[in-house]
Design a protein around this ligand. Sequence first.
Ligand code: URA
Length: 199
Amino acid sequence: MSEFDDLVRNITTCELCILSKSRTRAVPGEGSMTPSVMFIGEGPGYHEDQQGRPFVGAAGQFLSQLLASIGMSRGDIYITNMVKCRAPNNRDPLPGEIEACRLYLDKQIELLKPKIIVTLGRHSLARFFPRETISKARGKPRRWNGIIIYPMYHPAAALHQQSLRHVIEEDIKLLPRLLQEAENPPPKEEPGPHQLNMF
Ligand code: URA
């Protein structure tokens, strides 16, 4: 059994916090095992809790559309959440629940080694940049421990607030360029005029 399989088994049987008592199924995440891009949402909702899979409800459908709009699909990326179990009535995860789940997300990042992490919403932004607000940070890539972090609004926010839909649809368009840059970084010594210089 691989270290990643081990991790998935630990998540699905986890009892580190109280959410384990009310969940139907834990939702470790899914997608490519060699992803260039990892998407991190907040936590499972009703449908995710039922199926044990991330982003399978309405927000997930919108996320799939966003990926399709840039020629990508869910199999190209890895999708997971800050917390792996649904909070009752979809309330925000509590700080202690996020903290209890943190070791799982850290291990997923360590083992999958994404070049880019897209944070969806304020909770996953706070994991990397706790003092930033989502409205200021969205759409602006930055570096964290050698990984490009690209903050976006949560797709569920666009379903509730029509004005955000356009913002998310625009923000996702930068991802192919970020990916190209991450996979072909310009030589450090001789930065050329082609450099995107987005950071
Ligand atoms: N919202 C999230 O943040 N994660 C999911 O998996 C589904 C909806």
